[in-house]
Design a protein. Structure first.
Length: 334
């Protein structure tokens, strides 16, 4: 459980009109820009609904912005100032009471963190950090709150108690983290790294290909390459990869869609598509492979998210739609 919790912890307009008057109960200390960013993020709900994730609503989850001293919690038409429940300069989701909350630095704090790759871990290199990136980061973390609240990822439900226990105990843990499995079994093995780089190029080609027949051919080639690589990896490393794609890849997909809504298609392509096959050590590359698989699934069946419940990996979901189209049988030689 501990490895799986750690993988979820840190990443990096519900059918309503924007509210004209919020009960800003903590006006001093939080800038007008942060208030505006939150309102505009909530205001994207109707567009986010078109992605198809059932019951996913940003306003279901309080959003706390951390300025380095205090947190300002947005929700229920107001903002409240409080002492930090979790002092972090990374976007994350965290249990507070009986629910999960999104916690992000203020846009000013996030913009100063040059060590982060974009808004959250895995975000392709872009130019700077501003309101569009902050909205995308808020939605990314809210998607994790949605996962944790409503689903058992790969059949296992992560609770608030699991997250809190991991924070206090992980330093002395003997069990390897997802990051360690990925580092030791992929990043530090040149042959497997090279194979994964090839898979990433195929996924980028498939995700960006406008011809559906060519997309099918590319995916079948990718699946065979992946099958061979997975056979060389221990079960724990395979699960770490599958789980990261499933949780972070889908959140990155939502993040990218929100960024596109906020900034337009050209900015989206520059930030998310141009570096889609970029390899990096650690978990970040699986944000992009998972995101690519979500884009491919959109092409295979635009309604795939209507029954999606995080119970199986994205490759397994893709295989189901390939079987329905008859493409899987071609790959198996049947």
């Amino acid at each position: 459980m501990e490895n799986r919790v750690r993988g979820m912890m840190i990443a990096g307009i519900p059918g309503i009109v924007l509210l004209s008057a919020w009960l800003w109960t903590a006006r001093p200390g939080i800038s007008e820009e942060n208030r505006r960013i939150y309102e505009e993020a909530v205001g994207l709900q109707d567009q986010v609904d078109t992605l198809g994730f059932q019951g996913f609503c940003l306003s279901d989850y309080p959003v706390a912005m951390y300025d380095g001293k205090s947190e300002y919690v947005f929700g229920n038409g107001e903002v409240q100032k409080r002492s930090p429940v979790l002092e972090t300069f990374a976007g994350t989701v965290w249990p507070v009471g009986d629910h999960f909350e999104v916690i992000v630095p203020t846009v000013e704090q996030f913009g100063q963190l040059m060590s982060l790759t974009g808004g959250v871990e895995g975000m392709a290199a872009g130019s700077g950090y501003g309101p569009s990136e902050q909205k995308a980061s808020i939605w990314h973390e809210a998607f994790h709150a949605y996962q944790l609240t409503d689903f058992a990822v790969l059949g296992e439900k992560v609770t608030a108690e699991d997250l809190q226990a991991e924070l206090s105990d992980h330093k002395g843990a003997e069990e390897k983290s997802e990051e360690q499995w990925i580092a030791e079994e992929v990043d530090e093995k040149p042959d497997l790294k090279k194979k994964l780089e090839g898979e990433m190029r195929l996924l980028k080609k498939a995700a960006c290909d406008s011809d559906i027949d060519e997309l099918h051919r590319t995916i079948l080639e990718y699946r065979e390459c992946r099958r061979q690589r997975m056979e060389e990896m221990p079960a724990e490393a395979r699960e770490a990869e599958i789980r990261c794609e499933l949780t972070e890849g889908t959140a990155y997909y939502v993040e990218s869609a929100v960024f596109r809504m906020a900034s337009g298609g050209q900015a989206f392509e520059e930030r998310y598509l141009e570096g889609l096959d970029r390899y990096e050590n650690g978990r970040g590359k699986y944000y992009r492979t998972g995101f690519a698989k979500c884009m491919i699934l959109d092409r295979l069946d635009s309604h795939w998210k209507e029954t999606f419940d995080f119970s199986k990996g994205l490759d397994e979901v893709m295989a189901e739609y390939l079987r329905e189209s008859g493409q899987e049988m071609q790959m198996d030689g049947k």
